[in-house]
Design a protein around this ligand. Sequence first.
Ligand code: FES
Length: 141
Amino acid sequence: MLKFYEKLDEVIRENEKNYYKILAFIVDEIGYISDETVKYIAEKLKIFDFTLEGIIEYYPKLSRARKMDYVEICIGKNCGVSMPQRKIEELEEKTGMKIVERVCLGRCGKQKVVKINGEIKNYDLEDELEKILLKSKKIRS
Ligand code: FES
């Protein structure tokens, strides 16, 4: 994710006045626009979040990515989860969520960690993960 933010910083620097281009870069890179990313860009550009939200709402490519549920599965040493790409794609298909792997989400404990739409959840078995994902899906129009 660090590399993503490094690239994003560069895109922000090169496109300070072109908010669409910055947001489209995010969609092309990771496939979803999280609350965290919107806040990050707004802070960098010293603008309000709602300025970006207005642009997101206007462009279907951006609004689809904003409505998408996104999941970060921790594959850090403590969580020790690394799923085969096939399994991730299967889960994405079943849940309709965009799933990415992250190395340590900073919540190491006894259970495995997953971040769903920015919210941290814990689980023990892989089977539980699918249930948690389905339960956490956003209900958006
Ligand atoms: S290793 Fe998973 S939260 Fe740190």
